[in-house]
Design a protein around this ligand. Sequence first.
Ligand SMILES: C[S@@+](CC[C@H](N)C(=O)[O-])C[C@H]1O[C@@H](n2cnc3c(N)ncnc32)[C@H](O)[C@@H]1O
Length: 305
Amino acid sequence: MLDEVVEAVAPRPGGCYVDCTFGRGGHTRALLDRIEPAGRVLAIDRDPQAVEAARELARSDPRVSAHHARFGEIGDIVSAAGLTGRVDGMLMDLGVSSPQLDEPGRGFSFLHDGPLDMRMDPGAGVSAAEWLADASEQEIGRILRELGEERAARRIARAVAAERGRGTPVESTRRLAAIVASVVRRGGTRARVHPATRTFQAMRMHVNDELGELERGLAAAPHLLVPGGRLVVLSFHSLEDRIVKRFMRGDDAVPAYPRRLPLVDGRRCAGAMTPVASARRPREGEVAANPRSRSAVLRVAERSR
Ligand SMILES: C[S@@+](CC[C@H](N)C(=O)[O-])C[C@H]1O[C@@H](n2cnc3c(N)ncnc32)[C@H](O)[C@@H]1O
């Protein structure tokens, strides 16, 4: 959905944009093509390898600056650049990047054997293996159920706990995938989906606090954007999309959410953003060409004027 995402940001010559999820820079490069020499892109990622790629680009293009940060820190980065309230567009392309998934050493994928890490920033927080070693069986089951919507959550948690009880910590992607496969049988239309898909997704989201980060990044947007500035979010998970949808609509029904939002011009953020058009999903041809886009949802909002 590259073209649609960039269209949604509506970049203009001389504009100032924040790519909150630089990855390998596909969106940043597309923005650079549209903002002419006076424009500017703050390229942010929590993954040091992605930031290195952003630094490389920044060395050859003075319109780019590279920043190692999480969504929750974007406000500080934009403030240090003197751009609070002056950003024309913010882009979040959620989830993991292809390099993260493809490199066995990062531990994101059950398709390769590697250390069970899953941290987008391997220098921060605890790895998936460390979390699995310490969490209670109940906690593991809860995370798999809540973040992975895994129906066999309790059985998987029990199997992991039994493995630990035998003195064998679960430290590799292949070992975890095998434990899950030993207790989960997939049939019918889901037979082609690997049984460990939901478990890996849930653990990745938990280890990186992805939903918490998303909430913090969204809450910053109304402060950073100029009135009329665009927030564009591409999400890949129903829980993410629910958070984005409610935030953009200023839905006061979200429990405990608006209360935590900071004030914008003396108002809560609820109502500070106005949705632009309805959610967009990838076309059939795009899903066929790129199966990862299957669950993508694109939402756009403007900072209210
Ligand atoms: C789907 S990839 C982005 C791909 C990118 N749009 C491109 O064109 O190459 C998501 C990226 O966002 C980063 N990311 C995810 N959550 C983040 C967060 N809370 N803070 C900062 N970066 C995050 C990941 O490390 C990953 O590099």
